[in-house]
Design a protein around this ligand. Structure first.
Ligand SMILES: Nc1ncnc2c1ncn2[C@@H]1O[C@H](COP(=O)(O)OP(=O)(O)OP(=O)(O)O)[C@@H](O)[C@H]1O
Ligand SMILES: [Mg+2]
Length: 318
């Protein structure tokens, strides 16, 4: 009889025993793309399933060869089903977190083009963890219920929770923009928002999106009126409980002598956070710095503090 038993093979090792590390047993590491993550896929499907209607399938030629085609379609199909867009014409601009597409508008909108701002999947990972922004917003869960999750860091969320947080973040951008446009601000009108995308008025023409103030030189006589108009917007925003939070020449479009303020992704509500004044000061300061070389003299600190004081004592209500 052979009592030569290979204990390691025949029996489970005792619980306290450390498993032997052998190179042969190592599983190969399969790198998964972020988009193929199961929760991200489910979220995309939920979006796609919500889309109803009997129109021919939405297949914009521009997207056909793109790697992120499915991701883009999951948002844009909604806008197509809602009779808001008929086609995707070109990429207007790629920003740090989102890409803006120029779309052909459905004639029922009364507009020729629409801008679809679509956040990239990466946004789900790199969602800014800045407490000042989170504490100044209501967070909503996937059912739309208001949550206060100030303490939860992005990196401790599941992909599903992160997706819900990003969607809530983008819904806030959409609502802010709608509120300020309705109030009469020089802000693109928003038409719809779904998950990771916002659909809004497009500034520019089919071939060229409007340049940003950072990209052009103004005529000397238009600088001061534009500066004053932009300050009036900052004041109007504040009167409606919003600070842009990232206002600069990079987020102001210029078209036919008119300015349009964009990118409300970092907007905050001063009612929810007392420490927010520096953001207002920074927005005003950046405007002043941009216009200074045109001979527009302005004291940013004084303008911001005057605006803030009038806001606090309720004298800013327009
Ligand atoms: N409504 C619009 N009409 C025309 N072009 C637009 C519109 N909205 C945005 N753009 C263009 O797309 C660019 C990116 O948009 P936006 O600033 O909102 O996104 P972002 O990803 O937050 O950008 P960034 O992080 O670089 O500021 C803008 O700089 C502008 O050139
Ligand atoms: Mg921007």
């Amino acid at each position: 009889m052979n009592f030569d038993i290979d204990y390691e093979r025949e029996f489970d090792p005792p619980r306290h025993a450390k498993p032997k590390k052998t190179a042969a047993k190592k599983k190969p590491v399969v790198k998964q793309s972020y988009e193929s993550n199961a929760e991200v896929q489910r979220w995309l499907q939920e979006q796609a399933l919500d889309a109803t209607g009997h129109k021919p399938p939405f297949e914009p030629a521009l997207l056909a060869s793109l790697r992120e085609r499915d991701w883009l379609l999951s948002s844009l199909t909604h806008f197509y089903e809602q009779d808001l867009i008929t086609d995707v014409l070109n990429v207007a601009k790629s920003g740090k977190e989102a890409t803006v597409y120029c779309c052909a508008a459905d004639p029922s909108t009364g507009l020729a083009y629409l801008a679809a701002k679509i956040y990239r999947p990466r946004m789900f990972r790199s969602l800014k963890n800045d407490a000042i922004y989170r504490e100044s917003r209501e967070q909503r869960d996937r059912q739309g219920r208001v949550r206060r999750d100030r303490g939860v860091q992005s990196n401790s969320l599941t992909e599903g929770e992160r997706a819900a947080r990003v969607a809530s973040w983008i819904a806030y951008e959409f609502e802010t923009q709608r509120r300020l446009h309705t109030a009469g601000g020089d802000v693109p009108r928003t038409l719809a928002q779904v998950g990771n995308a916002v659909l809004m008025e497009y500034v520019g023409d089919a071939k060229t999106p409007a340049p940003r103030l950072s990209e052009l030189e103004l005529a000397p006589d238009e600088a001061r009126p534009l500066f004053e108009q932009l300050l009036r917007n900052v004041e109007l925003f504040l009167a409606h409980d919003r600070i842009h939070g990232d206002l600069s020449a990079y987020n102001i479009l210029y078209w036919n002598g008119e300015v349009t303020i964009i990118d409300f992704a970092q907007a905050v509500d001063p009612r929810y956070n007392d420490a927010i004044y520096p953001l207002l000061e920074r927005d005003v300061d950046r405007l002043c710095r941009y216009f200074a070389p045109y001979g527009v003299a302005a004291d940013a600190a004084r303008i911001a503090s005057d605006m803030w004081t009038r806001y606090l004592i309720g004298e800013l209500l327009l």
